[in-house]
Ligand binder design. Structure first.
Ligand code: HAM
Length: 424
């Protein structure tokens, strides 16, 4: 036997038994996108490395350690240096916004997409090299109302997929006016405690001292004593943050003001937030996150445009649903179409008619004995069998309830209504 080939490390096959949970998260995302008036956008799966380096920041993990490079069919090193699979969609969406001159459209623009992202990270539970996000972005709205609206939207998503105990962690990390001074305060503080820092944090201290705050190995007393961004905000950022929190209170959103929340991508300004299951904080297992990125469009060569958005990790959402045992509706009743001999044209015709009426139908494609076909139908999970026989000449079929064994002859048009009525 040839050696078997397995899925690449850090990727997962989504098997049919997970289908109901994925259907639920995708349906809720789609429905909320409509109810919150977001328009769909799609961007390429790969972009120039430079887009991510400039947008997410050279010192972000996503760029520094996790770029998933691609190099085309003949894969030269130059090509590999140029292209990468998208680690996240925000930079690509802002690139598209600039490239298509979308600032002239009546704004603010509300854009959404769902799809796979790639980070060449060390795989572990809940951390994959390919994962899916539901992403929403609002461009051209300075907030604060939209900041609170998006946090409420994400919390509503978790509620509607059936998750309990999700909490929003919220912080403000300032802007170009006040962040430089705060950075210096952090450099001075951690600079006096170098012996307590990991190698990573020591290296980061000069490039992006805020990231030291979310080093999960940071000693608790060092973390607790660290200067807080909210104590170093300029007046405009402080008023903005107060505005967001007041609006969250007014909407009854459950949140925690978290002074250690800084986010892993460099484009954020002011509002930053993450969603976690209560009691699971600090396990690097956020279910989603986002924030404001008022400087990103300019960084990518566009005109100054305020922006805010979030990405929800759908894999982690599905895992959390499984852990919490979220009840999902069973599949709709399946109807097997069986018959005798080679009456396949009739079986396919009956199947088509039942599908026209909205039922899920699986015709038996064999010429086995009727009893065998009925046995397989029950094994495959069919609740009903539509039995094709001579009565089809008068537009009638046998309808057998495979659970009770009851059978009656009914008009083809009636069959769907009977199945649906029994299905409740
Ligand atoms: P992020 O925090 O890097 O933000 O990712 C958002 C979510 O994607 C995470 O909270 C997590 O649920 C999921 N996620 C990230 N990496 C992995 C992974 N390796 N395996 C499984 N799930 C993962 C962003 O990506 C920003 N673009 C969000 C945003 C949109 N900010 C503004 N607009």
């Amino acid at each position: 036997m040839a050696p078997t080939i397995t899925a690449p490390r850090g990727t997962r096959d989504q098997l049919p038994e997970e289908g109901a949970a994925w259907n639920r998260v995708e349906a809720v995302a789609r429905d909320l996108s409509r109810r919150y008036a977001f328009d769909r956008i799609e961007i390429p799966l790969f972009e120039r490395v430079e887009l991510f380096a400039r947008g997410l920041g050279e010192s972000s993990d996503a760029v520094e350690k996790e770029m998933f490079r691609v190099g085309g069919a003949r894969g030269s090193d130059e090509e590999r240096a140029e292209w990468a699979l998208r680690p996240e969609p925000t930079a690509g969406i802002v690139r598209a916004y600039i490239e298509h001159g979308m600032h002239v459209r009546p704004g603010p623009l509300r854009l959404t997409m769902t799809g796979p992202m790639f980070r060449y990270d060390r795989p572990q539970a809940g951390r994959y090299r390919q994962f899916s996000q539901w992403d929403v972005e609002v461009l051209g709205d300075p907030g604060p109302p939209v900041d609170a609206e998006l946090i409420e939207l994400a919390m509503r998503f978790y509620g509607e997929v059936g998750l309990a105990d999700v909490v929003a962690h919220v912080n403000s990390i300032g802007d170009a006016a006040c962040r430089p001074a705060y950075r210096q305060v952090l450099i001075d503080y951690f600079g006096g405690h170098l012996e307590g820092l990991t190698d990573d944090s020591r290296r980061r201290l000069e490039i992006n001292p805020l990231r030291v705050l979310d080093d999960k190995q940071l000693a608790p007393d060092l973390a607790e004593g660290a200067p807080r961004s909210t104590d170093h905000l300029c007046d405009a950022c402080r008023a903005h943050f107060r505005g967001v929190l007041d609006l969250l209170d007014a909407q009854g959103v459950r949140y925690v003001a978290d002074h250690r929340l800084v986010r892993g991508l460099d484009y954020y300004t002011r509002t930053a937030f993450e969603f976690v299951i209560a009691g699971r904080e600090g396990q690097q297992q956020a279910l989603g996150g986002g924030g404001r990125y008022d400087g990103l469009a300019e960084l990518l060569g566009g005109r100054p445009t305020p922006g805010i958005g979030f990405g929800i990790g759908l894999d982690r959402t599905v895992l959390a649903m499984q852990e919490q045992g979220v009840a999902l509706p069973g599949a709709a009743a399946l109807v097997a179409v069986v018959g005798t001999g080679d009456d396949h044209a009739d079986r396919l015709r009956v199947a088509a008619a039942l599908r026209d009426a909205g039922l899920a139908v699986r015709p038996d494609g064999t010429s086995r004995k009727l009893g065998k076909q009925l046995e397989s139908a029950a094994k495959a999970g069919a609740a009903w069998a539509a039995i094709v026989g001579e009565e089809l000449g008068e537009g009638r079929i046998g309808l057998k309830n495979l659970a009770t064994g009851e059978q009656e002859t009914v008009a083809l048009e009636e069959a769907a209504a009977l199945v649906r009525a029994a299905d409740g």
